[in-house]
Design a protein around this ligand. Structure first.
Ligand code: BGC
Length: 719
């Protein structure tokens, strides 16, 4: 048998080292570096590089004749002061043991056993008692040396009990169908796709200004042209038909219709674009689901204070009034405001989105949030009183939220932190609308922290009893955007007056969750079902329309987007579980996004689309990624038919639904991935160079022979 101890992986590169002094170090002729993408540990130079274990095991298999292997040591150090709350060690074992499992199960390496180092904290050679590798903490200040199991001990116990990592029940596929009239949709937003930023009298929005301010948006990208949807109604409707969605969610650019934000002047050509879009959708039997406000406030309104200025509430109502009166006879589904959390906190607290304000993070987000809630309520009442009877539509707000779990499930402080994260996120806006007023948790924490800092009153504005009543119940459904889950733990920010400090929590992701193209988005489907259940319990079982859910990628183009198909299958299946097993009242699902578009401050670098938009072609063609066929099959089946009950018609899409042949218009050329037109240029250039080279070769051999002849001649002359 082969016994191996293993801890870390380094990146080696060739180096020519000195011949003397004679040493093992110099004999190796290499230099070692840390693997920069992997987490650091308490020992410098020893990163947690789990994938290295699998490679090492395979190496032993190939190099030493496929022996039976016992991993006789593997572990990670934490500072002794960490005591029992060692989630870093849990992640270490989770990832390393999983790599050993891959070596065994997928690569056929004969892994016979695994040994954790160490049972308990102990004398760590040169590090003394400063660090510990133990599953148990030992109190070296106590003469009895008591041992306390750490979080990692509980975790390792489960791994031994399960002999690995069986798929948890809540991650297994459920077969079944959604309700008959289920809404299947996909979404976009005006600034992200329309372009035409100055077309036909459109006014500027805060996103036009933000994106035209250097360093605000990655790569200085902007939405001047974006996907040019302003000029591509037919193309957009064609790809929606290809997807077979029943609904399409898009937003109206306020400043395209009302250039200065007020009804003083109505820009008819701008409004006409939405008429054409709605008509084309209806002709294709696709219901429009319109968002009135998806972040692009008219700049003219920002100039007088934007969402901070209370008068915005009635300006928003007037804008809504205009849109209902002009489009409402054709549109049955409305969203007032998309993601008030992002508008308030990202735009006015962190400043990472327009209008980009970050210098009053303890007050401004709450003021803005307050006005957003009131503006939403006014628009809802307006529709309810003036339009509903005639137009017969439904209207609500779209609230977004991550789900949050405790970083250490055995720790009450982490459980409390996870609750705070959720209450400060979804609860900030959902509580006033569905239950009435802000949650007690938010009111108490923000008041206490404000008073403790010497302020005369809470930084969270108060609603009057009338206002509470006016906002409560202003929904026809719960519009919900969801992408990911986080792990929470408490953080004490002292006296800092900031939303983050009020929330008093930090968040991380589980290292085993799959990545996406966005740093904040990790694949964690189980959280979707949990937060849907939370909505049911907390907000009185409202009907829910999921108005966004999706995943991004970045880097080179690959139309075979298996990560997206995987994400949709797993997330939608969790929605099905919430519906069928938990009785959550789910009415619809919307995939974000129809096509790659301007992903706000990260520009075009993060791509959420089901369709790829080829930005190197001026025609901006939309090309189906593989996930298009997969999503339309789920739509066609209205869920997931059970393979055990035989073959299902719905799995074979009808001819008109089949996607256009998926053409990756990139080609391999001299080892590089290039667009066809670039490759063509490359080919022509190579060909031209070849002709020049051949010509040069012919000329030079001609000259050479001529010279030789001449030389001979000369020599002859000399003779
Ligand atoms: C927004 C979208 C955005 C998506 C992905 C949501 O917060 O409503 O506009 O593109 O998330 O980040």
């Amino acid at each position: 048998m082969f016994c191996v101890n293993h801890y870390t992986t380094k990146i080696a590169r060739h180096a020519t080292l000195r011949l003397s002094a004679k040493s093992y170090e110099y004999d190796r002729d290499l230099s070692e570096a840390e693997e920069g993408d992997s987490p650091t540990t308490a020992i410098s130079n020893q990163r947690a590089v789990a994938w290295g274990l699998r490679r090492l095991l395979n190496w032993i298999k190939e190099e030493y004749g496929d022996p039976e292997i016992y991993i006789t040591e593997n572990g990670v150090a934490t500072e002794s002061k960490t005591t029992w709350d060692d989630s870093a060690r849990v992640f270490f074992y989770k990832t390393y043991i999983d790599e050993a499992l891959k070596a065994y199960d997928l690569d056929g390496v004969k892994v016979k056993g695994y040994t954790v180092t160490s049972l308990m904290d102990s004398f760590e050679w040169l590090n003394g008692y400063k660090l510990g590798f133990g599953l148990h903490h030992v109190d070296f200040t106590n003469p009895n040396r008591p041992r306390t199991p750490k979080y990692s001990a509980h975790f390792y116990y489960q791994v031994i009990r399960d002999n690995g990592f069986p798929t948890p029940d809540d991650e297994k596929m459920l077969y079944g169908h959604f309700r008959k009239d289920f809404i299947w949709s996909t979404a976009t937003a005006s600034y992200q796709i329309e372009g035409g930023w100055r077309a036909d009298g459109k006014g500027l929005s805060i996103w036009d200004k933000f994106a035209h301010t250097p360093l605000r948006v990655f790569n200085d990208d902007n939405g001047d042209i974006a996907c040019d949807s302003y000029n591509k109604v037919e193309e957009d409707v064609a790809i929606l038909k290809q997807l077979k969605v029943t609904h399409y969610r898009f937003s109206i650019s306020w400043s395209r219709v009302l250039p200065d934000g007020t009804t003083k002047y109505i820009n008819e050509p701008g409004l006409n674009y939405y008429h054409r879009l709605v008509d084309a959708l209806l002709a294709a039997n696709i219901q429009p689901h319109i968002t009135l406000y998806h972040w692009d406030l008219p700049q003219a309104l920002q100039d007088i204070g934007g969402w901070e200025n209370e008068t915005i509430i009635f300006k928003f109502r007037d804008y809504a009034d205009l849109i209902f009166s002009r489009l409402g006879h054709k549109v049955k589904f409305w969203i007032t405001i998309n993601e008030p959390y992002n508008i308030a906190n990202v735009g006015h607290g962190y400043g990472a989105a327009a209008p980009g304000i970050s210098f009053r993070p303890g007050t401004l987000p709450y003021i803005v949030g307050h006005h957003l809630l009131k503006a939403h309520a006014e628009a809802w009442h307006l529709y309810n009183e003036k339009y509903r009877a005639k137009q017969k539509g439904i209207i609500s707000i779209t609230i977004n939220s991550d789900w949050s779990e405790p970083r250490n499930p055995y720790k009450q402080e982490d459980i409390d932190a996870a609750r705070r994260v959720v209450q400060f996120y979804i609860g900030w806006f959902a509580h006033p609308i569905f239950n009435g007023d802000y949650s007690d948790m938010m009111k108490t924490i923000i008041r206490e922290r404000s008073l403790a800092a010497g302020l005369p009153k809470s930084r969270l504005p108060e609603f009057s009893p009338e206002e509470i009543k006016r906002i409560k119940g202003t929904y026809d459904y719960f519009g919900f955007n969801h992408y990911t889950t986080v792990l929470a733990f408490p953080v004490d920010y002292g006296n800092l007056q900031h939303y983050d400090a009020d929330r008093g929590a930090g968040t991380i992701a589980d290292r085993t969750w799959l990545d996406s193209g966005s740093s904040w988005l990790k694949v964690s489907p189980f959280g979707f079902r949990r937060i849907l259940n939370f909505i049911k319990e907390e907000y009185g079982n409202p009907p829910i329309i999921i108005t966004e859910n999706g995943i991004s990628e970045r880097g080179s183009i690959d139309l075979n987007d298996i990560h997206r198909s995987y994400y949709y299958e797993k997330y939608i299946n969790q929605v099905l579980k919430a519906y069928l097993l938990d009785d959550v009242d789910i009415r619809g699902y919307t995939a974000w996004s129809l096509m790659d578009n301007l992903e706000w401050a990260t520009g075009f670098s993060e791509r959420f689309g089901l369709f790829y938009v080829n930005r190197s072609d001026p025609k901006l063609p939309r090309v189906a990624k593989t996930s298009v066929a997969q999503y339309s099959t789920i739509i066609n089946c209205n869920g997931f038919p059970d393979p055990a009950s035989g073959s299902h018609e719905c799995l074979n899409p009808e001819p008109e639904g089949t996607s256009a042949p998926i053409t990756d218009d990139t080609v391999q050329f001299l080892g590089m991935k290039l667009s066809t037109s670039d490759a063509e240029t490359g080919l022509n250039t190579t060909f031209a160079l070849l002709i020049v080279a051949v010509f040069a070769a012919v000329c030079s051999s001609f000259c050479f022979f001529k010279a030789r002849k001449q030389h001979r001649k000369n020599s002859m002359w000399k003779l």
